[in-house]
Unconditional design. Structure first.
Length: 139
């Protein structure tokens, strides 16, 4: 197989952008086929991106689905200033970051058990990590 020339790569990128714009237009009118195509095209990249953020495959899988649901709901808001993949990854970044913040603020616990650790301090914007040491709870 011969390598793609820069001109051919640029043309392929432009074709992809046009195709993505058409997909977003179809998503805006709630075309389920467009959502399936979008998912097939971008799912692996979104999953890998989120997995790097949350470091948990089950959570990454769930968030990947949420990203595409958010894309479906907000397709009419896509302005096209960036590529569709950039927009989708920005949604993934937002969901992944908020999930990490939620997970960090919850006490550690085993399934079906009381929390293992507790931090009495309150997380604030100026002090995002208020507990320098966690206190073990008695069982």
């Amino acid at each position: 197989m011969t390598p793609m020339t820069p001109a051919a790569a640029g043309a392929a990128g432009k074709a992809q952008d046009a195709s993505d714009r058409e997909l977003v237009a179809r998503l805006a009118v709630k075309d389920a086929t467009a959502l399936r195509v979008l998912f097939a095209r971008h799912q692996a990249r979104v999953f890998r991106f989120i997995l790097r953020l949350v470091r948990n495959e089950a959570v990454a899988d769930e968030l990947t689905n949420e990203v595409f649901l958010a894309t479906w709901r907000n397709a009419g808001k896509f302005e096209g200033r960036a590529s569709l993949s950039s927009w989708i990854l920005s949604i993934a970044q937002t969901l992944g970051s908020s999930t990490n913040q939620r997970r960090l603020s919850e006490p550690m616990r085993l399934p079906g058990q009381a929390p293992l650790w507790s931090c009495a301090a309150t997380r604030t914007r100026s002090n995002p990590h208020p507990c320098s040491s966690w206190t073990a709870l008695d069982a």
